[in-house]
Ligand binder design. Sequence first.
Ligand code: R5P
Length: 289
Amino acid sequence: MIVIGGSSSAGLAGEIARELGCGFMKAETSRFPDGECYTKLEGDAIDDDVAIVQNTYPDSGLVEMLLLRDAAVGMGAKRVAMVIPYFGYARQDRLFKPGEPTSAKVMCSVLDRFCDKVVTVDIHKEATLQNFSHPHKDVKAAACIAGYFRGKGIDLVLSPDIGAKDRAKDVGERLGVPYDHLQKTRLSGTEVRIAPAEMDCKGKRILIVDDMISTGGTIIAAASALKEAGAAEVSVACTHGVFVNDAFNRLSSSALKEVLSCNTLEGPASKISVASVIAEELRRGFRCR
Ligand code: R5P
């Protein structure tokens, strides 16, 4: 297998190739003056399966993924696995109001035409992947998050809402510490209310885990509820650090001890690598050498 790194995920792709002990091919991607995507694979012919690692977010990422796939096939690639660490439009997975599209399904049907396997990481809803006719797998970042925090003295793992309670359980069990979830009510796109914590937080070093941080509203409200309840330290680790506008700076200058994300979106917070869990999945069914 050859691992190809698109512009959103060159670092992660290199790590996956090292984990697999296989070749890595870099793509040189730039923009034409009118903004259209130009990409070129740096290398000779490909006589192997490929895994293309590229987010489909923002919108331009989807086009880049399709162009990379075409370039790889043009160079002789056999089977193509698309590794989409952060799958754009995953949250629009159903009709919320009449007249809207089912955006996640649209993304799947476009990508499905051009790949032999799809690997995502902590996609918003796993059911979205059922729109693919090819083999698909959503790998979990919990082992990587727990690995990063092992030995760092975490006393309690919490999710900010019931929807993420399994993630808190997974990380908590791996760390061998208690876990629970908070009660969140969304007030608007940027504001949430977190009910006072029911469990005893006094003097505890707490890790909040979530699938994504977007505006940061959820985590700011959760951290302040936990501090009010007497927590000694509050850190946060999410899978996807979207950090819209100044969210990362606001979180970094808040009472939080650490603000971390996985490298599904590469940036200043992305210190937790998901390369090992992606590599493990690619080993299944694809020839890796
Ligand atoms: C919600 O269901 C998700 O798990 C996240 O909690 C949410 O998307 C975070 O958004 P924000 O950072 O804008 O509060």
